[in-house]
Write a protein that binds this ligand. Sequence first.
Ligand code: ZN
Ligand code: ZN
Length: 433
Amino acid sequence: MTASLDDVSAAREIEDLSISISGIKPEMSFIVAVSLALAILPPTEGRTKVLLVSMDGFRHDYLNKTETPNFDSLRSGGVSMVYMDNSFVTNTFPCHYTMATGLFPESHGIIGNQMYDPDLHATFNMSSTEPFWWEGGEPIWITARKAGLKSGVFSWPGGDVEIFNLRPTEWRPFSDSTTFENRVSTVVSWMSEKDFDLGLLHFPEPDLAGHYFGPDSEEIISAIQKMDTLLGLLIDELNKAGLKDKIDLIVTSDHGMTKVDLFNQVIDLSQYVNETLLQRVADEEAVANLLPQPDLQVMLKEDIPERYHIKNNRRVMPVVAIAEEGWTITNNLTLLQQSPMKGSHGYDNGILNMKPIFLANGPSFKSGAIVPPIQSVDLYTLVCHILKIKPMPNNGSLERILPLLRNSSSMMNWNIVTVLLGTFVLLVFSKIV
Ligand code: ZN
Ligand code: ZN
């Protein structure tokens, strides 16, 4: 007889608990571990699937700009919030990896879209797939695989990397050029025919429209409408595949977008810094990571506010410059001004324009509820909770996600039962020994 997936995760829990119970006879420790595991694991009847969709650069207020019937029905039948609090730097790779790992960038190590690692003398860009860049954290698709589940990742940063010697069951690279409609049908077939438990799906819009035309343009409105139509297609295909009551759909994004002016709001580093004193500019635009020559003893990294959760990582350079919203830092003014860019992001994650959307709909979520903002670090905890798998240590909060969940009150009761049962088992056991 083969063990079911639930048996596998229960066994993992038991293993972990056995390690932490010391000073108890081995045969008894097993009984206690089993009792505790049964007490701690939530009920496992039926496993809801999760599809996490990121529409890149979807600012929290974009849905107010035009008619969005499909987003509206997703929102009215599920949960939404005014915005989701995301992580700093508000760029694509760090924000997506925070969502996937539940860790702040200083812990997962993807601190920018471009990075320099001073210990390894290595340079990172958005095509870098060497595992060492990514192994500061464990993404949800690997946690799911370790629990015996099937996961698919379409074009999500890190999805095409071998992490701790594991990969998703299926994946497509970030650079994939498949049409949006084909992305939808591929992921729906993963979740239905192939019976995957978890899917992550990334679309590069409306970020591109935001960059090229700005967040207040006509073109951004077309991009929002296009994403609304696409969401409608996704929901239709999931319903046709019979997944309506079996899947939780989460639609969110990595960051927002703000207007930039590359001629009148530019910080040209050459005007402020003697460039012979700079060894390297590891990243620029909204945030510049500067590695000065050793004789330039400026250690502004120490002064980065704690709330950014970025400074405790060696890939953050000793000098970091953060621009005000709308300003652009450059090390090459001529090159920058050849760019048609009208919008950008990367700024302080406390700025409203940097915050993304969040909507979720499915059997695990309340219906028609507007809830307080969660943080992007909470998504990992949320997905682990729905899939009933054990999360790795992370920066997320179960308390912050409870208001989203349909059974949050019964879950609270279950937590109380867990504590009572665990205490009871320990009391009985202490009498036995
Ligand atoms: Zn992005
Ligand atoms: Zn972008």
